[in-house]
Design a protein. Structure first.
Length: 387
């Protein structure tokens, strides 16, 4: 039996609630849909924000048959069978792949000729930004669009058809965390009991979320608060926000990926082992899962919070990229081009020898006197005679 959240899916974009930056009348994506030139696209955003509903509506708008696949059970034979049905027709199907960040490299490569030859319109969805999980080849053939958590006014609009007291309505909205599906599923459970509908009944189905997220404390705000607490070396605040994320059912791999990024962006060479620990945490929680993954995440969060901080690598690569954008073809000194006999092999000179590596004296790395980064800088100064 289909539940309330399924039955309440919008039948047209006029009924679609939220995401006006994507599907409002003058939104660029909406204009593309109306023109019939919808590109291969990937949607990312929190649960219950309308990603699947949008894909279904797009299929209707461009008159394409809709097929739902999930990356966790993706089978190439299933996809080939779908495409075979449209081999000699002008109609092209819309293939929607949920949890798209879980596609492995081989599965992504299978999509390339389909996307290149437009055998089907490929849309994907994820609660995480799939950009980092997709290959360059996939990214160059597609667009990425972000969905935001639904706002209070959006959730109020969805509940309009139901005769609910203000108290019940507020409870449903405040404990949903911007997730329309979760909100409707809770209401559906309560209505299916044949018991009087009140807040006490709703609480019995959502006890784990009573301290959950309001519209100001969304999935994104919690992860942001945790990262900023670690960056600010407040280990207690960081652990608190980690606990909020875990209690809210956040994917442990998503949390660990953010910790890996922070370990390089905000700690870097001040403590190089931070990246090793964060990467080990990512690999481990993927295999272990909850409830034990909470311990690994807590260890990593405390370690990163307690580490000396440096963003010199982050700043250096951004400076270098900006320079390359403006100066894309700086010549490479002849002594370091491939097979040049004038190249001086540093190991033949005790590990270091002066020679030209750039035609210009460019400086991108600003060393910070913190942790192990200070030791690295001192070593470079010593071998280059800059003491």
């Amino acid at each position: 039996m289909k539940n309330l959240a399924y039955n309440k899916r919008p039948k047209s974009f006029q009924d679609f609630v939220g995401q006006s930056h994507l599907f409002g009348g003058n939104a660029p994506l909406m204009r593309l849909i109306l023109s019939g030139k919808m590109p291969h696209s990937f949607f990312f955003g929190p649960p219950g924000s309308g990603k699947t509903s949008a894909a279904i509506l797009i299929a209707r708008a461009i008159d394409s048959p809709f097929y739902f696949l999930n990356a966790t059970s993706f089978k190439s034979e299933e996809l080939r069978a779908i495409l075979k049905n449209y081999q000699n027709t002008l109609q092209k199907p819309l293939i929607f792949i949920d949890e798209v960040h879980r596609l492995n490299k081989t599965q992504q490569e299978m999509l390339l000729p389909i996307m290149e030859n437009y055998q089907a319109l490929i849309l994907g969805a994820s609660t995480e930004n799939p950009y980092s999980a997709l290959t360059q080849a996939i990214r160059s053939r597609s667009m990425v669009f972000e969905f935001y958590p639904l706002e209070k006014k959006d959730l109020e609009e969805i509940l309009k058809p139901y005769a609910l007291s203000t108290e019940i309505r507020d409870f449903l909205i405040q404990t949903s965390g911007g997730d329309a599906r979760a909100m409707l599923n809770l209401l559906d459970c309560a209505l299916s009991t044949d018991l009087p509908l009140n807040v006490e009944l709703l609480e019995t189905f959502r006890k784990t979320n009573l301290s959950g997220t309001s519209e100001l404390d969304t999935h994104y705000n919690l992860i942001s608060a945790m990262i900023k607490s670690i960056r600010g070396s407040d280990e207690n605040a960081a652990i608190y926000y980690l606990a909020r994320l875990i209690a809210g059912g956040e994917n442990p791999e998503f949390i660990a990926r953010r910790l890996v990024i922070l370990a390089s962006e905000d700690i870097g060479n001040a403590n190089p082992n931070a990246l090793n620990l964060a990467n080990s945490t990512l690999q481990s929680v993927a295999k272990i899962g909850y409830p034990e993954a909470r311990i690994l995440l807590a260890q990593c969060v405390i370690y990163l919070s307690s580490s000396p901080k440096s963003n010199s690598a982050y700043c250096a690569i951004d400076k270098a990229l900006q320079y390359v954008e403006q100066n894309p073809n700086e010549p490479i000194p002849q002594n370091i081009v491939q097979f040049n006999k004038n190249y001086l092999y540093p190991h033949d000179f005790g590990g270091f020898v002066e020679q030209k590596y750039l035609h210009k004296d460019l400086k991108f790395v600003e060393w910070l006197p913190k942790g192990f980064e200070k030791t690295l800088k001192e070593w470079l100064d010593k071998i280059k005679g800059r003491e």
